[in-house]
Design a binder for this molecule. Structure first.
Ligand code: FAD
Length: 379
């Protein structure tokens, strides 16, 4: 299904997680394990990035497919299952603890717990199969239209209906975006192409920049009013061309984000605008990312980080506190959706959601029994 409907259709607060393709095979397996735990909290969707310069095309396609097609059969009494599992983690003999709780537990639940999924076929009604709605990022960098269509055809075949259409950054070592022969020069043209070739099959998300795109920012003081207005007008053209959801670039000044939403509404952008929240996990990473994106850092954040910048744990704890406060302020304005740039790490993102009361503390380290298809694109 398209995530746009879920994002603004239900009236409750929803959240999503972004991941990126790891560099090693082991990293990919670790990511899937982490994902199993994280998606157990029921995000509205998860997205996977497209490496700079198309460097991770096959891996992104593979991860996207496996993410979309991972399923989990939830038995009728899943909370009871957790309690059995907890019992068995200790010294207790499995049979004994099953006997102890048997009068409380329905048989199908035990069967599922012991991973015999085939049994679910014989049980009617109460079992629920859940999956993870996936969004794949796609950029124009080094992508002639045939390659773009190959990627889109592949995800379509695998049931993915959500694309984040981007121009992309220049490949490593180059500082200007160069349109590849037979490719597109900007996200606007990619959006137009997807709509023209695939009709309404895909939900199309685009990137929005609360402080204007860094290319529009010269010098220290942020974008000029003119550059900011041009950027907004261009954003509207992307929406008018068929995009139906905006995810924003990271920001640390919540007022800038709220003003951006208001400015978008003023010029007639009506689709949901999802704030991209990047918890600060590490001081150097924070400085690198905000430098690259030309993000404004409020003075109080600099003042809070300066004395603790060499203490990784303290920085993480501050990142969770700051992320929580930013999200509270955003939610208080009636915005009901949060997008977490996880950087493939779970603790800070989950801690923020827990602080907001959006996920249950008791489940933070538990994972549901997910199954996903085998690797299909890589050897
Ligand atoms: P565009 O929308 O094409 O625009 C870039 C800027 O150029 C515009 O803001 C505008 O100022 C200017 N511009 C372009 N065309 C016009 C025009 N016709 N008229 C006027 N102005 C124009 N990068 C990756 O490599 N992989 C990813 O997976 C990835 N995911 C991202 C996810 C999000 C949510 C965000 C915010 C960014 C992501 N990026 C990713 C980074 C992104 O690729 C870069 O920011 C890139 O430089 C711009 O991409 P875009 O789609 O915003 O470009």
């Amino acid at each position: 299904e398209k995530v746009r409907e879920a994002v603004d259709g239900e009236g409750r607060t929803v959240f999503s997680f972004e991941f990126f393709p790891p560099k090693t095979e082991e990293g990919v397996e670790n990511l899937f394990e982490r994902m199993d735990r994280m998606v157990s909290h029921n995000p509205t969707f998860c997205d996977i990035t497209w490496g700079a310069g198309g460097s991770t095309a096959d891996l992104t396609l593979d991860i996207a497919n496996r993410m979309q097609n991972m399923v989990c059969v939830i038995p009728p009494s899943i909370s009871l299952l957790y309690s059995i599992e907890y019992y068995c983690c200790g010294e207790n003999d499995l049979e004994l603890c099953l006997l102890e709780v048997l009068d409380l537990v329905v048989l199908p639940a035990i069967t599922i717990w012991s991973a015999d999924y085939s049994f679910s076929e014989y049980i009617s009604g109460d079992f629920k199969e859940i999956s993870v709605e996936t969004m794949m990022h796609l950029t124009c960098t080094n992508m002639p239209v045939e390659k773009i269509d190959h990627a889109l055809d592949t995800i379509k075949t695998n049931g993915i209906q959500n694309v984040l259409a981007l121009r992309g950054d220049p490949p490593h070592g180059q500082d200007k975006f160069v349109q590849v022969e037979g490719g597109f020069s900007c996200a606007l043209d990619l959006v137009k192409h997807i709509r023209a070739k695939y009709g309404n099959y895909f939900g199309i998300t685009i990137a929005g920049y609360p402080e204007a795109h860094p290319d529009m920012i010269q010098g220290e003081g942020g974008a000029t009013l003119e550059a900011y207005s041009n950027d907004l007008a261009y954003l509207k053209r992307k929406v008018d061309a068929g995009a139906d959801l905006i995810i924003t670039q990271l920001f640390y000044d919540t007022d800038i984000f709220l003003k951006f939403v208001n400015d978008c509404r003023q010029i007639g952008i009506t689709c949901p605008i999802v704030p991209g929240i990047m918890p600060i996990n590490n001081y150097k990473g924070f400085i690198r990312m905000t430098g690259f994106c030309k993000t404004r850092i409020p003075a109080e954040i600099t003042a809070a980080l300066d004395p603790i910048k060499d203490n990784e744990e303290a920085v993480k704890a501050y990142g969770i506190h700051l992320g929580t406060e930013m999200c509270k302020k955003i939610l208080a304005q009636g915005i009901k959706t949060l997008h977490l740039y996880t950087l493939n790490m779970e603790k800070s993102a989950l801690a923020i959601l827990m602080n907001l009361g959006l996920i249950e503390e008791s489940k933070v380290t538990r994972s549901l029994p997910w199954r996903r298809p085998a690797n299909v694109f890589r050897a």
